[in-house]
Ligand binder design. Structure first.
Ligand code: ZN
Length: 203
């Protein structure tokens, strides 16, 4: 079993109030994307989502929003939800509380959202304590591992299908690094799930 795909329960207790999975027993999946917007990659994901009529949530890096405003505009125009993923994709463990919070605030300048996902899925408890007052912290239930160059797109697809369950919040990455696996797995994942009677909801 690949422990990366599903976060360990212990980790979930570190961030009280964070959302890991939506409640309920209905066959609904919540797609999320991290690290964009990136031309060619985000736009590729948007084309797939549009093809299937599926909406998702994009946790955007502020610096990428500023660099690629046209891609960001396309994302918003597509009816997708956006979330804050810091301005410079900071690792909370490596930055003091105030610097981290300033970076989140800087991202908020171009990403207007009450959703936040910490880069690398981690932050210090003191950072979380401050952020949760302003944001719903969204973690995940299934990590596609599309960022791992050691995996094939097929392996990402199979693991994501295997671990999906009612209410799962699934993470893909609209980054250059993840693009080959994400753009392979995403359409196949959506198609397989839809054919099996699943729906896609928005957070
Ligand atoms: Zn990220």
């Amino acid at each position: 079993m690949n422990t990366l795909v599903r976060p360990p329960r212990l980790l979930q207790q570190v961030y009280p109030g964070a959302l890991w999975r939506m409640p309920g027993r209905q066959k609904i999946i919540y797609l999320t994307f991290d690290d964009g917007p990136v031309p060619g990659v985000t736009t590729g994901a948007l084309a797939v989502l549009a093809q299937f009529g599926v909406k998702a949530t994009f946790f955007c890096v502020g610096d990428n929003v500023q660099k690629h405003p046209e891609v960001f505009a396309q994302l918003v125009a597509g009816g997708h939800r956006i979330g804050n993923h810091t301005f410079n994709h900071l690792d909370g463990w490596k930055h003091p509380r105030m610097a981290y919070l300033r970076n989140v605030q800087q991202c908020a300048g171009c990403v207007d959202s009450n959703l936040f996902r910490p880069p690398y899925g981690r932050m210090r408890p003191s950072q979380h304590h401050a952020i949760r007052k302003q944001y719903k912290v969204v973690m995940w239930d299934v990590l596609s591992c599309d960022f791992d160059p050691g995996l094939t797109g097929d392996a990402c697809l199979e693991m994501t299908l295997l671990y999906s369950r009612p209410g799962s919040i699934v993470v893909f990455h609209d980054s250059l690094k993840a693009a080959p696996r994400m753009l392979y797995a995403l359409p196949r994942y959506i198609e397989t799930m839809l054919n099996d009677g699943w729906e896609f909801g928005v957070l």
